[in-house]
Design a protein around this ligand. Structure first.
Ligand SMILES: [Ca+2]
Length: 454
């Protein structure tokens, strides 16, 4: 079944179920939950108070964690932007969807394949209204844009605002800030984006308060270049980097307060996480973890992961089981009553059982037998199963993450059997992924876009 047949088929199912193409409005209590994913850019494991930061104050995010479930072992699927975002929206390892190599620059003619069924498209089959606010980075030519990949509404920048990407727009007045496909401004100031996005998010939530919605709020910060407006400047003891994080904290508080005001809190799930580890020279911290962005040490992929949802998510729980951003796809699908596509592999797992407020039904372990770490070029470099993490090498290095999350003491020599078991898991997965990888999308260069300009 291809994507079109899948989407059409789901539409037909909805018609049969309700007897007409436009189902009668359901009572609010029976609506499936709303989903909000707050996805930061380059936010490190040690950048929030609830993950150990002392110089940066994040009272709203800390409270969100205290009222929800905070994961200690939550992973992005890649140590950098484009692959990580592809994984979030498809529930698959980046290599499975062909977007594993580095990041897409503005002149790219590739992008997330239109045949992929994004999380937004999946939720639309269950009647959701979908919005993407913020950074995209998954392809810029028409077939790859958010409004063509399942989002009813888009506001943001397809690109980074760093020098590497803004150079492509220097002759046209700067990087475009877009509403759907229309340019709103060239170029926005990095210091205004978080507040602008928050305003847009508030508007989107208010507008869709009476129906199920999915909001993907993809902040540009704390990716370089850093900036905040005057009211956040100098707030933090950690300098501008801290100010930027405290602005994100404010933004998160605005959204949580709004949900309460609109009485949507009992039927909304909010996820707060990051696309990859921190940039240390920018001021980011991986806390106790080794490594940073674009490495396969823990600091590159292990990120803050907080899930909040009164009545649906356990409060005051610290979950030490391994979970990933890919898991949101099947988890949301089940909660929304959407059917997962049957014609393709989805790598994410339903982590609903880890979230349930009833401790009696919580399972003993992660749904993942193993997690696989790919580097910035999509090469498989390490594998984790349970407490053990094996860097494939050569030479191999084995760390016990329960006692050594800083990856300092290589115990490979003393644990040959573990090395063998993990190396086998990695080899089998690598072969399976190579066999079943799906293609990246390709499009014609466009004269209106850097790909088609001289
Ligand atoms: Ca990033």
């Amino acid at each position: 079944m291809d994507r079109r047949a899948f989407l059409t088929g789901m539409g037909a199912a909805a018609i049969t179920l309700h007897g007409s193409a436009s189902p009668a409005p359901r009572k609010k209590e029976t609506l499936p939950p709303n989903f909000i994913v707050i996805f930061c850019d380059d936010l490190g494991y040690g950048d929030l108070g609830c993950y150990g930061a002392t110089q940066i104050h994040t009272p709203r995010i800390d409270r969100m964690a205290a009222e929800g479930t905070r994961f200690t072992d939550f992973y992005a699927a890649a140590p950098l932007c484009t692959p990580s975002r592809a994984a979030l929206l498809t529930g698959c390892y980046p290599r499975r969807v062909g977007l594993h190599q580095w990041v897409l620059r503005p002149n790219a003619v590739t992008g997330l394949h239109p045949d992929e069924i994004t999380l937004a498209e999946l939720l639309k089959t269950a009647g959701y209204r979908t919005g993407c606010i913020g950074k995209w980075h998954l392809g810029f030519l028409p077939p790859f844009r958010p409004t063509r990949q399942g989002f009813d509404y888009y506001f943001g920048l397809y690109h980074n605002l760093d020098d590497v990407e803004t150079v492509y727009f220097k002759d046209v007045g700067g990087t475009p800030l877009l509403r759907n496909d229309a340019v709103v401004k060239r170029a926005p100031d990095p210091g205004e984006l978080t507040e602008l996005y928050t305003e847009e998010a508030v508007h989107f939530i208010r507008e869709n308060r009476d129906r199920p919605f999915f909001l993907y709020l993809s902040h540009h910060t704390p990716h370089l270049p850093l900036g905040v407006s005057a009211r956040f400047k100098g707030r933090s003891a950690a300098g501008l980097y801290g100010d930027v994080i405290e602005c994100l904290d404010w933004s998160t508080g605005v959204i949580l307060d709004l949900l309460q005001e609109l009485r949507l809190d009992s039927r909304t799930l909010v996820v707060f996480t990051s696309d990859n580890g921190p940039v240390l020279k920018a001021g980011g911290s991986a806390g106790p973890l080794r490594g940073s962005k674009n490495t396969v040490f823990e600091g590159g992929l292990r990120v803050p992961g907080i899930i909040w949802g009164p009545s649906r998510v356990a409060s005051a729980r610290v979950c030490r089981q391994l979970a990933t951003t890919m898991d949101l796809y099947p988890t949301f699908a089940r909660m929304a009553g959407a059917t997962l596509p049957a014609d393709r592999t989805i790598d994410g797992r339903d982590i609903g059982p880890l979230l349930t407020p009833d401790p009696a039904t919580a399972p003993p372990g992660s749904p993942h037998e193993a997690f696989f770490y790919h580097d910035g070029q999509g090469v498989l470099r390490a594998v984790r199963s349970g407490r053990w993490k094996l860097h494939l090498g050569p030479p191999p290095a084995l760390y016990d993450l329960e006692t050594d999350r800083a990856e300092k003491n290589n115990t490979a020599d003393a644990n040959g059997d573990v090395v063998g078991r993990l190396a086998k898991l990695a080899a089998e997965f690598d072969a399976e992924l190579s066999r079943n990888a799906r293609p990246v999308g390709r499009a014609e260069a466009d004269p209106d876009w850097p790909s088609g300009r001289k």
